[in-house]
Design a protein around this ligand. Structure first.
Ligand SMILES: NC(=O)c1ccc[n+]([C@@H]2O[C@H](COP(=O)([O-])OP(=O)(O)OC[C@H]3O[C@@H](n4cnc5c(N)ncnc54)[C@H](OP(=O)(O)O)[C@@H]3O)[C@@H](O)[C@H]2O)c1
Length: 271
């Protein structure tokens, strides 16, 4: 499905936020889809990831196809130095939209987890996102800025047995995003939390999950972009909405059990 950002949204975003968009984690999945959609709409981009060849290929493609500038900045954002380098290397740009998307998941029983990998995930999903949010919020206060943050729907709204720590990192992001959305509004900085359901991307392989039903990145990218400046939380895609609304009347303890069942299905192959 080829979805496009509508013209009214393109004009609104350019008028309010300027022409520069940062996307962390643009080498695959949702981040890459959003980079392509922003590029198609004529925005210049800063794109990040660890895989330099994929970043350079995407930068070339964005220029060849849409004649936009896409600056690739390679780095591992679980590493504090690389987060600081990203801040330094973008300091001269007037970035108006920061899509803090880079992240990954883990699954299985918490007690069996590889603790180094869990700490690495905490540093990427939480520390890097928090430091970058703080930086851009300060840089752009009194100028319009959107900081779309990411959290996984399954993890953001309740605990998830069999992906307990991943879910906890996304609950951190959700809680931070909800609160600063109100704090930052008076200084003109807007925060959008995007909570997609299961999406077909590089995510499930790295998280060692086998998801039964997934959304394609194409159906979540445009709804997220169109929600910038309109909402504080967006549930992109029909499947996402169905999952959230289905569980909306269930008490928290019940949601934890249901999500634990769903996740044990996604991780059955690990037994
Ligand atoms: N897929 C889902 O079901 C789903 C649902 C809801 C939310 N999410 C969230 O959406 C975001 C994007 O995930 P995705 O589904 O698009 O997965 P993906 O295809 O695996 O993309 C993840 C992106 O993050 C980058 N990344 C990973 N580790 C990094 C690191 N240490 N430093 C810098 N960049 C790093 C990757 O680039 P490199 O590998 O090149 O570094 C890649 O571009 C994540 O935060 C994820 O938790 C995913």
């Amino acid at each position: 499905m080829h979805m496009k950002i509508n013209q009214r949204t393109i004009q609104r975003l350019k008028k309010n936020y300027g022409k520069w968009v940062l996307i962390t984690g643009a080498t695959s999945g949702i981040g890459k889809e959003m980079a392509l959609k922003f590029g198609e709409a004529g925005f210049n981009l800063v794109i990040t990831g660890r895989r330099e060849n994929l970043l350079n290929d995407l930068s070339t493609l964005l220029f060849d196809r849409y004649q936009v500038e896409a600056i690739p900045i390679c780095g591992d954002l679980s590493n504090e130095n690389d987060v600081n380098s990203l801040i330094g290397e973008t300091s001269h740009l007037n970035i108006g939209v920061a899509v803090l998307n880079a992240g990954f998941g883990t699954s299985g029983k918490f007690i069996d987890a590889n603790i180094k990998q869990e700490v690495n995930m905490l540093h990427l999903n939480c520390r890097a996102l928090m430091v970058l949010t703080h930086h851009f919020a300060n840089k752009m206060k009194d100028k319009p800025l959107k900081v779309p943050l990411y959290y996984q729907l399954y993890g953001g709204f309740q605990g998830v047995p069999n992906a307990a720590h991943y879910a906890a990192t996304k609950a951190y992001v959700q809680s931070l995003g909800e609160a600063i959305a109100l704090e930052l509004k008076p200084v003109g900085v807007d925060v959008l939390c995007a909570a997609p359901g299961p999406v077909e991307s590089g995510f499930s392989k790295r998280a060692n999950m086998k998801m039964s039903t997934t959304l394609s990145p194409e159906v979540v990218g445009v709804p997220i972009i169109q929600a910038i400046g309109k909402k504080r939380t967006v549930l992109p895609g029909f499947l996402t909405k169905l999952l959230v609304y289905n569980l909306s009347m269930t008490p928290r303890w019940g949601k934890i059990r249901i999500m634990g069942k769903v996740m044990s299905g996604f991780t059955k192959h690990q037994e």
